[in-house]
Design a protein around this ligand. Structure first.
Ligand code: GLN
Ligand code: ZN
Length: 757
């Protein structure tokens, strides 16, 4: 065993066992007992992995059937009224997924990760009371299996910070009501053993918190740390620094702090305060959010730096955050390039790294055993080899990107739009869609069969073209003005481009939980990015050849490609993003040279890439805008550039959006009338805007009347010359039976409004 600590471990299972059994249970193919059995086996397996790797501090209560924030609602009895008549698993999964009578609770992204948590719905009327069953049982279960765990909890301040009030008002007003439940919980926990570590996660401390929130920290942790002398409280933060909170926490009787020294380098500034307080410092060094091998020599150097201030015996080595955000194990990656594989490390491999770093730091190289010695050698070698590998380093790409001087289009928007309007001749309130049409079982099957080598390229191409023809025929019949090809060849808007770009890798089993039972398998960028050949031109020119109307080319933007991939950690993100942008600018040039007149560059993940701290926002905005502009810089003035973003809250970032200088932006607004469009008017936004006029997340078909109303609402804010009319987002998850009448109604609504104007 080493002085090693893991913030938390993934739970979905290395073969997604939990996902599979949950989905069986939801479709009534197995009992809940079965879910419990699988879960129990998974917990045990995951504890054993950690123990076998020599990890000293292993967590319980990091498991969840769906989500830890939801678990915390259950622990507090914070249950929305509409679920009050239910209990046990029925209650739990109804809260998560809704049921016949009640809609599910809302879900949103956990900080800047792709994990989604259930948003607690709180109200003054709530009667909080303790339900500690899950927490107590998991601890006991581990103990029975010879593993004494630390207990993970989501802290009260973070819990409140992530909640919403259904009765209006501030969630923090409920602090005095929930804190006693936490105290009671700790009392219960203290009965379990002579000495127990309780890790309380407070990631909200890494945000720019108002004084109101900071002022809760001391009273909260004074209280919680005093509940029992048997308990040792560790407060954990991650994803950024939390220096304001640290300064307060060192003056409370907690046992230690777990801090992220990878994504929160500024935490180094709190070392003196921590040292003075003589608290334990759990140093997060092994990346819980990425898949690269740790550079162990570098980690040792950081630890040496830290130990100049904090006493060595107060230090523990840890993951930067829960390993929940990384895939399980490299053991199943049998098809990956052998060399690339030596650079990677998933959760299981990260355990060994944590152990090894700790061994090296506390006991020195001379005290490693034979296996550890070999692992260390391998680690040094892999990192050396990665630094110079020709798989990664492409001098031509580097040179070109460095010398790339075309940072924007030549003409101003005002001049471009005149030329475009003249040439493209679309009407005011022009209709279009966001790109994808329903991905039917046939389309999916053809793509899958082709991937597996079961059908020839010719058959696959024919299938896709048949589908494209179908999409075009429908759009023409419907009377839509700017057409799309429907994206049948893409299973995912990032993976599709990743597969065609050099420098991208794919895993077989690199699943990461996104929400509930849903997992994603992000591609990873390991090397310099370039485009060996055109990626979309054949499909789009084919589609254009089948219609006299304008066919819109469809690309994913650089920032979105970056944000939905695991990105190499040996190069700053903005440099990687610039390489992608340059590759995309070539694609745009090829498209326009092939006769494509409108090109949409989707930036669905532009907003979610925003940093957690104000102090980093400008830098992000600068390079994100720079790279969007680089991507479209090759567009001639007559080529119209569209972009699309899947959300509507632009108030804080409207100037940045405007600076991207797309000729047209389509956004999601249907659920909020014209409210969210107002900011465009307020700031005098120049470019054209396509506010979504109906919600594509629901199967509901909007009527002509309601669409007319919606369009009129938009016209109250922006003039008809500035508006496009389209749905909220792509239609790939919908069925044709829903899409056809909805779009027909959309076109009909536009025609009615035009007549009245
Ligand atoms: N063009 C993409 C589509 O229609 C955009 C998807 C998105 O914004 N998430 O599917
Ligand atoms: Zn969208």
């Amino acid at each position: 065993m080493s002085k090693s600590y893991v913030i938390g471990f993934p739970r979905i299972g290395e073969q997604r066992e939990l996902k599979k059994v949950l989905e069986q249970y939801w479709s009534k193919n197995c009992s809940f007992k079965e879910v419990e059995n699988v879960s129990k086996q998974l917990r045990l397996k995951h504890w054993k992995y950690q123990k076998d790797a020599g990890i000293e501090y292993i967590s319980s209560n990091d498991f969840s059937y769906y989500d830890n924030v939801l678990d915390t609602c259950i622990m507090l009895n914070a249950i929305p009224k509409r679920f009050k008549n239910l209990e046990n698993e029925e209650l739990y999964f109804s809260m998560a997924r809704g049921n016949k009578n009640s809609v599910a609770m809302e879900m949103t992204k956990w900080f800047n990760t792709n994990y989604h948590y259930i948003v607690p719905e709180l109200s003054l009327e709530d009667e909080y009371k303790l339900n500690a069953t899950k927490i107590i049982n998991e601890f006991k279960e581990a103990k029975e299996n010879g593993i004494k765990t630390k207990i993970n909890l989501i802290g009260p301040i973070t819990f409140l910070g992530l909640s919403k009030r259904v009765d209006r008002g501030d969630t923090y007003e409920l602090h005095s009501k929930i804190l006693p439940i936490y105290e009671e919980l700790l009392k219960e926990i203290s009965k379990l053993d002579e000495e127990i570590i309780v890790q309380i996660d407070e990631p909200i401390f890494v945000k720019d918190n108002e004084q109101k929130v900071l002022s809760l920290i001391k009273p909260t942790y004074d209280k919680l740390a005093k509940v029992s002398s048997k308990l040792k409280i560790v407060v954990a933060t991650y994803f950024e620094h939390s220096i304001e909170a640290t300064k307060i926490l060192v003056n409370t009787p907690i046992f230690g702090l777990a801090l992220d020294f990878l994504y929160g380098k500024k935490n180094l500034e709190s070392l003196e305060a921590i040292a003075e307080s003589n608290k334990k410092l759990i140093v997060g060094l092994v990346d819980g959010r990425n898949i690269w091998k740790n550079d162990i020599e570098k980690s040792i150097n950081i630890l040496e730096e830290i130990s100049k201030k904090v006493e060595k015996e107060n230090i523990l080595v840890s993951s930067s955050c829960s390993l929940l955000h990384t895939p399980f194990t490299l053991r199943y990656e049998t098809k990956m390039d052998e060399q690339i594989k030596t650079w990677l490390s998933y959760a299981e491999e990260k355990l060994d790294e944590i152990h090894l770093i700790s061994k090296l730091f506390f006991h020195g190289k001379e005290n490693l055993n034979e296996i550890e010695n070999k692992d260390f050698e391998k680690n040094i070698q892999a990192n050396e080899n990665r630094k110079s590998s020709t798989l990664i380093h492409d001098e031509t790409v580097k040179q070109r990107v460095q010398d790339f001087k075309k940072l924007s289009r030549d003409e101003k928007f005002e001049d471009r739009i005149k030329i475009q309007r003249e040439l493209l001749k679309y009407e005011d309130l022009a209709t279009t869609t966001i790109g994808s049409f329903p991905q039917t079982p046939e389309v999916r099957k053809s793509r899958r069969d082709f991937k597996k080598g079961e059908i020839s390229y010719e058959t696959y191409e024919k299938d896709m073209k048949t589908y494209i023809d179908y999409c075009i025929a429908f759009q023409e019949e419907c009377g839509i003005e700017v057409l799309v090809h429907g994206e049948p060849e893409r299973n995912d808007m990032v993976e599709y481009f990743g597969e065609q770009l050099k420098g991208y890798g794919f895993s077989q089993n690199g699943w990461v939980q996104s929400y509930g039972s849903r997992c994603v398998k992000p591609p990873f960028i390991f090397g310099d990015i370039s485009r060996p050949k055109a990626m979309t031109v054949d499909w789009i020119t084919y589609a254009q050849s089948k219609t006299d109307k304008i066919m819109k080319g469809m690309l994913t933007g650089p920032v979105t490609i970056l944000n939905w991939s695991f990105v190499r950690d040996d190069k700053p993100r903005d440099e990687v993003s610039k390489q992608i942008a340059v590759a995309l600018s070539d694609e745009i040039d090829d498209l326009q040279n092939a006769g494509i007149k409108i090109i949409q560059v989707d930036e669905a993940a532009f907003k979610e890439g925003y940093p957690l701290r104000e102090e980093n926002i400008k830098t992000y905005e600068d390079w994100a805008v720079r790279d969007f502009k680089i991507a479209v810089s090759s567009a001639k003035p007559e080529t119209q550039i569209h972009t699309h973003m899947c959300y509507s809250e632009f108030n804080d970032i409207i100037k940045t959006i405007e600076a991207m200088d797309a000729d047209v932006i389509s956004i999601e607004t249907a659920r909020s009338g014209n409210e969210l469009l107002k900011i465009f008017k307020e700031v005098g936004y120049k470019q054209e805007v396509g506010p979504g006029i109906y919600d594509i997340h629901s199967p509901r078909i909007p009527s002509v009347e309601e669409l007319v109303t919606q369009i009129k609402l938009l016209l109250e804010v922006l003039p008809k010359e500035q508006l496009w009319i389209n749905p909220d987002c792509g239609l790939k998850t919908r069925k044709w039976e829903e899409v056809k009448p909805s779009l027909k109604n959309m076109v009909e609504a536009v025609n009615q409004v035009r007549e009245e104007l």
